[in-house]
Ligand binder design. Structure first.
Ligand code: CP3
Length: 335
């Protein structure tokens, strides 16, 4: 069992570190592969390359978990939408077709995602047994932001469009079912843990947070509990509602975003393992500043189960050498 799983199962308090987006653009060896593979979704579905990219940060750094190289938008792709990535605008999906969405059956969905399960199998074989392989999905709300194009260019919710939506609850229900299926199959292929990314949870109007964030996350977490799959939830941007989220959803672990004060988190988030929090922008500063800010998290959580990670993904401009120094600092710190 890896340190990550020991902590998630409350077996012991030990050190564990991995970073969101650790397999990505800040690594020259990733950029080299990416430059030869223009279609990003196709790259995610190339099992050999996906496995190779997953292991790139493990080769470089003293991390104890790998996260499978894929994307949250692979699920909308498998449900019939085309997904394209534009350099500055981010991902764009083609017009959502409700009928096509409802018509997609499980066999078709799983056939499209088979290469991901193969990549997990390949990676699990190559990865040290003492390290975890993390799988992931996007939470339903965050996926709907992309599937239904609900975000304006300034990263605010397009309220007019959101209010005019029909069948939202039905779409949500089908998504939850298929996300659970994807989680189960990633676990069957050898993934040890799942992280559920609700990156845009902060855009949900407060009155609707329960309906579109808490309840869907809870349904997925309950499914995982039934299948004994440890869960890490990341309801980014919901501020003090992290506390209500924790009480309602009860995941094994909660990833803090950078706006959450670690001291507040320690006081208010009980019966849950805490992960992350450190602002990825800090990694663009001097070594001194990085270690000072990292220390705040390490110190605050030194006597409770804590997984060292960030408050969002590593930025493409990050110097890999700084990532290495940060990991070494965490490993050697005995305060
Ligand atoms: O290293 C890892 O964490 C594993 C792989 C991974 C990727 N995306 C690869 C990727 C994971 C876990 C994700 C999650 C993801 N994808 C999220 C949730 C986490 C978060 O960052 O909020 C979201 C919202 C997406 C959707 C997405 N995919 C966006 C908005 C973009 C474009 C801009 C960006 O953030 O990178 C992507 C593309 C993407 N996904 C890249 C990578 C390595 C960059 C592809 C490229 O242009 O080369």
């Amino acid at each position: 069992m890896s340190n990550l799983e020991k902590i998630l199962n409350n077996k012991t308090s030990c050190k564990s570190v991995w970073f969101m987006r650790q397999a990505g653009r800040y690594l020259p060896e990733f950029r080299k592969i990416r430059s030869k593979n223009e279609d990003f979704i196709k790259l995610c579905l190339n099992s050999e390359l996906s496995s190779k990219i997953t292991l790139q940060p493990i080769k470089r750094f003293d991390l104890d978990s790998a996260i499978i190289f894929s994307d949250i938008l692979i699920v909308p792709y498998a449900l019939g939408q085309t997904v394209k990535f534009f350099k500055k605008k981010g991902p764009k999906l083609n017009q959502f077709n409700y009928k096509y969405f409802l018509d997609t059956n499980e066999n078709e969905f799983l056939r499209k995602l088979k290469p991901i399960y193969k990549a997990i199998k390949l990676t699990r074989k190559k990865l040290d047994k003492k390290k975890s392989l993390i799988s992931f999905v996007g939470a339903p709300w965050t996926l709907l932001i992309y599937m239904l194009d609900l975000k304006k260019n300034n990263s605010k919710l397009n309220t007019k469009k959101f209010k005019s939506l029909e069948n939202l609850d039905k779409i949500m229900d089908k998504l939850i079912l298929f996300l659970c299926l994807h989680i189960k199959n990633q676990s069957k292929a050898g993934a040890n843990v799942v992280q559920i990314f609700d990156s845009w949870a902060g855009l949900i109007p407060d009155k609707l947070k329960k309906n579109y964030c808490f309840i869907p996350n809870k349904k997925i977490v309950d499914f995982c509990k039934k299948h004994k799959i440890p869960t890490i939830c990341f309801p980014k941007g919901i501020k003090k509602k992290y506390k209500d989220f924790n009480k309602f959803v009860k995941p094994n672990c909660l990833n803090l975003d950078s706006s959450i004060n670690p001291i507040w988190a320690k006081k208010n988030l009980k019966n849950v393992v805490i992960q992350g929090g450190l602002d990825p922008k800090i990694l663009l500063r001097s070594n001194e500043e990085i270690l000072k800010r990292a220390m705040k998290y390490i110190q605050t959580f030194r006597d409770i189960p804590y997984i060292f990670n960030l408050g969002h993904g590593l930025l493409p401009q990050t110097d890999p050498d700084k990532v290495n120094k940060l990991i070494k600092f965490y490993r050697s710190y005995n305060g």
